[in-house]
Design a protein around this ligand. Sequence first.
Ligand SMILES: *[C@@H]1O[C@H](CO)[C@@H](O)[C@H](O)[C@H]1NC(C)=O
Ligand SMILES: *[C@@H]1O[C@H](CO)[C@@H](O)[C@H](O)[C@H]1NC(C)=O
Ligand SMILES: *[C@@H]1O[C@H](CO)[C@@H](O)[C@H](O)[C@H]1NC(C)=O
Length: 317
Amino acid sequence: MCRPVFVFAVLLAAYLSDQFVLITCSIVQNYRPIIGILAQENLEEDLYAQGSSYIAASYVKYIEGAGGRVIPIRINQTSEEYVKIFNSINGLLLPGGDVDLQKSAFSRAAKIFYDLAIKANDVSDYFPIWGTCQGMQQLTVLTSNKNLLTLTNTKAVALPLTFTQGAQNSRLFKNFPKDLLQSLEVENITSNYHSWSLSLQNYSQSVKLKRFYKVLTTNSDGRKEFISTMEAYHYPFYAVQWHPEKSPFEWIDKPGMIHTDSAIRASFYTSLFFISEAMKSQHRFPLPSEEEKALIYNYSPVFCGLDSIFIQNYYFD
Ligand SMILES: *[C@@H]1O[C@H](CO)[C@@H](O)[C@H](O)[C@H]1NC(C)=O
Ligand SMILES: *[C@@H]1O[C@H](CO)[C@@H](O)[C@H](O)[C@H]1NC(C)=O
Ligand SMILES: *[C@@H]1O[C@H](CO)[C@@H](O)[C@H](O)[C@H]1NC(C)=O
């Protein structure tokens, strides 16, 4: 893909230096991408909690396992603080959880980043967003300006994906190995842990959602068909209702938790894809010292026990 700004700069340089320059249209890859993961309110009466907000460590490992580094984005920061962070990171991950999608501090921060990402991408400043479970639900609320979700019977169940026609030439699935797509289609390897879903019906009736997102996979709880994977048509925004990070990194012994090799490969291909998108972003911290201070390595995850839905959490005040 060509960035107009980049091409213009090359043309200008060619003109000024009065030399012939062969314009090869390629984006410089950023092989040190940093992903911001948004924290959220800690609503549980949590024995292990060491702060009023948290990030499940599985999301951090998910990014790290695919060649990205992580900074936590804390809730309740000022807009100015969020703008600074936005200009320093190469992608945003909105994780799963259980907060209010219109009133929480999580949703406020998500909206600020979403609006910044729209503006940035509109001027060819590539900035990807990945939403998982609640993160996907949050994206639907941000795009439609409404909560169009509906209750489904999808707590603790592993499902096979039903691919749409459009999935084949989607950015997200295009480079998945054929046998992995086959596994995703016929094996029950995607972990579903949600009460709310975007039904195909409400998606189809929302002009905003329909114009913005392309449906890649669907699932059903037996009564309602809902969207399980989607990507935006014109923005590098991706969303899964299922949990790719759980298979390799969460260990609660419950139905819907799948640790087969195909489930772990599926997880890896999604994170690898997201990181390859983040590599197209050139954002960076103004100073190495600021980067150092922001990275997740400054925090230690807390082991929450084998019965916890998240085996380790990062806690923040
Ligand atoms: C965020 O701000 C709200 C409202 O002021 C407050 O109730 C909440 O405790 C704060 N949470 C964190 C994690 O700072
Ligand atoms: C559609 O969205 C509304 C909220 O606006 C919700 O009450 C309703 O259950 C949804 N219906 C379906 C079938 O998803
Ligand atoms: C896999 O999920 C489907 C629902 O899509 C269900 O009908 C089937 O029983 C599940 N198979 C297993 C082995 O759990």
